[in-house]
Design a protein around this ligand. Structure first.
Ligand SMILES: Nc1ncnc2c1ncn2[C@@H]1O[C@H](COP(=O)(O)OP(=O)(O)OP(=O)(O)O)[C@@H](O)[C@H]1O
Length: 678
């Protein structure tokens, strides 16, 4: 492309201010994005979504924290929406997403679940057969087999070892996969063990998708023969040629049975060629240039357009000097605690290189009464999930981690990253510091440098990154950090009130579509002669519920047994304790205490919301208070829900709680269609 063309394309890209302009054709999907507050696309979304929708293989690069997950998720979902008429014919998975760590896999799983949920709330008939499943090491294999068999998972999200194991034992069938996503692709391709598995997946995909033409798609081919004939005029020489041969030749001709999407913030040069070879004809989507051009300081400086630094992260270095008899370890701990005392951060992550060191830092900080937690790959999966939960709920202020959390993890409240140990490469450095400064927010990073590490730093870090010495005075930084926290809190409030407005819009928009939903419990009237045993399922945490994994069953999915004495009150709204920063470990107590309090807090906050929001809240409050005085008359010692008022209340609450109440067992309950009674 010549310079003038380049310039024009850049101008066009800069003019894109909404997702509508990105070849995303489905209005409901655009509304779902809006509902989740994704209104303006980021450079990687502007560049890679339209490319991806043309079925090209993509190797995409964008700086840390700039929206790569939404970019590939949008391509996947738009493709599924376009194919929705035929999805239900196939019980095999259609999309495979591979990630390097379990924590990242869980995050991407939850993100796509959220997108699907928002889409489903707007139009339940759009992708009713599309669900996603998570397949990671450390959890029972038999659960994965069962989920693949019974749940007909369409979007597979997993870590490489588990995915390969499932392919090898034929539990995971790849014959219908049409998109393979490699997130943190340089890690997956660059590490020797991973690469071996990746090539195995590519080979299996090629074999199985071609075999599939003769088996699973036969029905599909026959159905679409006429259409195929029109499209493939040049291929069909003989009217009697079988549909199988037509498609076989068509696929071979295109040589692209599966679309590959690779995303990362970093690609070492030697790796790019290796990837291009494996992914055959691919395009390189480079968002770095566009990201840097939107920053006036670096405008028109060709070499600086490959700069991976984020403007919103201030990077400091501090030298660890030998002082008297004090050991280097002690020196480093002193520097660390000094930084932690002086910088008024909200949440910090400290990266270290070996596990024993991590445990030592943990003990030192714990002894100084810091709210601290540590994580590494040798912990049990139960502990890893527990730690991630603590971090995400902002229940711990300092996280000590190996490079396990250096990539992809998206926690907006982290505002300080400390490289306690120097990372092994500049790529790892970029990923580590990218745990702060997410989506353009302010963040700080500090690297501790020992004398014997100076050469490495000079050659690998200083040359590429904008390191400056740690200042004596942190007051300016602290003001910025406070401002960031205030902005984050304000964003949360704003989003909450916008959510209420959108929910109301959505209710009126989709009331007709919702009428089409059949056999949901709401459509039935229940006559209670004895009782129902109910189970509470947190919709956002459905994955955990499906597993027999003990820790999560205890913490997230304990069945609720409403006994005869149950008083309906605000304590039902325990789901809202996301905002709770209390460090209390006793979840049961905390839920109940907080949620009662929560209603009062909300009542106070309501006065600031719009009328529409206020009405909605009123509606919710009334629902609680309407029934608050209600005490079930049934004194059944078994604690079954046996009262229709309680039951109705539970169903009404689903919407607010973001939970589903599944009926485990009926006891002599008659069911009849509600509309007959009405
Ligand atoms: N268009 C958008 N509007 C608002 N927020 C967005 C948008 N796109 C992404 N985000 C938010 O930006 C944050 C970072 O996104 P994401 O985790 O996808 O970054 P990433 O590029 O994959 O980062 P990393 O390189 O660290 O993996 C997330 O909190 C995400 O919800």
């Amino acid at each position: 492309m010549n310079q003038e063309n380049n310039f024009n394309t850049e101008i066009q890209h800069k003019q894109i201010k909404s997702f509508h302009q990105l070849k995303l054709s489905c209005g409901d999907y655009l509304r779902a994005l809006e509902k989740l507050h994704f209104t303006e696309p980021t450079p990687i979304q502007i560049l890679s979504i339209p490319e991806g929708l043309t079925e090209k293989n993509i190797i995409a690069q964008a700086k840390a924290g700039t929206g790569k997950t939404l970019a590939f998720s949008s391509i996947i979902l738009e493709k599924l929406i376009n194919r929705r008429q035929t999805i239900f014919q196939d019980s095999n998975p259609l999309v495979l997403i591979i990630l390097p760590t379990r924590e990242l896999a869980i995050q991407v799983f939850e993100f796509i679940q959220q997108l699907l949920k928002a889409l489903n709330a707007i139009n339940p008939n759009l992708l009713p057969y599309v669900n996603c499943g998570i397949f990671i090491g450390g959890l029972p294999l038999q659960d994965d087999r069962r989920n693949l068999k019974i749940q007909h998972v369409k979007i597979i999200i997993g870590t490489i070892g588990r995915v390969v194991a499932l392919i090898k034992e034929n539990s995971l069938v790849l014959s219908s996969i049409n998109t393979l996503v490699l997130d943190e692709a340089d890690k997956l391709m660059g590490q020797k063990d991973f690469y071996k598995h990746i090539t195995f997946i590519f080979d299996s995909l090629n074999k199985q998708t071609l075999n599939n033409i003769s088996v699973n798609s036969q029905q599909d081919i026959n159905n679409n023969l006429e259409e195929l004939k029109q499209q493939e005029q040049t291929l069909i020489q003989d009217e009697k040629e079988s549909a199988f041969e037509v498609l076989q030749r068509r696929k071979k001709n295109l040589k692209l049975p599966v679309q590959y999407l690779a995303y990362s913030a970093t690609y070492p040069d030697d790796l790019k060629q290796k990837m291009e070879k494996l992914m055959e004809t691919s395009v390189f989507v480079d968002a770095i240039q566009l990201q840097n051009q939107s920053n006036s300081e670096t405008e028109n400086k060709e070499n600086e357009n490959r700069d991976l630094n984020l403007e919103n992260i201030i990077q400091y270095r501090v030298d660890v000097k030998q002082e008297g008899n004090i050991s280097v370890t002690k020196q480093k701990i002193n520097i660390l605690t000094d930084i932690l005392k002086q910088i008024k951060f909200n949440q910090a992550i400290i990266f270290y290189n070996d596990k024993i060191k991590g445990e030592n830092i943990f003990s030192e900080l714990k002894a100084q009464n810091y709210s601290v937690i540590f994580i590494h790959g040798d912990q049990t999966q139960a502990d890893r999930i527990k730690v991630m939960n603590q971090i995400r709920r902002n229940k711990t202020q300092i996280i000590i981690s190996t490079d396990l959390l250096s990539r992809g993890i998206d926690i907006t409240t982290i505002d300080l990253v400390i490289n306690y140990d120097v990372p092994s490469s500049v790529e790892t450095y970029y990923h580590r510091i990218g745990r702060t400064g997410r989506y353009g927010r302010f963040g700080i990073s500090v690297i501790l440098v020992q004398q014997n590490e100076e050469n490495f730093i000079q050659q690998n870090i200083i040359h590429f990154c904008r390191l400056q010495d740690l200042p004596q005075n942190f007051s300016d930084i602290n003001i910025k950090l406070q401002q960031k926290l205030a902005d984050l809190n304000q964003d949360t409030h704003l989003k909450q009130s916008q959510d209420q407005i959108l929910d109301t819009k959505e209710k009126s928009l989709s009331s007709n579509q919702k009428k089409n939903q059949k056999n949901t419990p709401q459509n039935y009237h229940h006559e209670f002669t004895q009782g129902i045993l109910m189970k509470e399922v947190d919709v956002n945490e459905k994955f955990y519920d499906e597993s027999t994994f003990k820790y999560f069953e205890e913490e997230e999915c304990s069945p609720i047994l409403l006994n005869g004495q149950t008083e309906l009150s605000g304590s039902m709204f325990s789901d809202e304790d996301d905002m709770d920063n209390d460090d209390d470990d006793d979840n049961q107590l905390e839920d109940e205490d907080y949620s009662n309090e929560n209603i009062n807090i909300e009542a106070e906050q309501e006065s600031n919301h719009t009328n529409l929001g206020a009405n909605l809240k009123d509606e919710k409050q009334n629902k609680i208070f309407d029934k608050k005085g209600h005490i079930c008359e049934d004194k059944s010692e078994w604690g079954f829900l046996s009262c229709s008022v309680c039951y109705d209340f539970l169903l009404e609450s689903e919407h607010y709680l973001n939970k589903k109440f599944e009926i485990i067992k009926y006891f002599n309950v008659k069911k009849s269609k509600k509309d007959k009674i009405d």
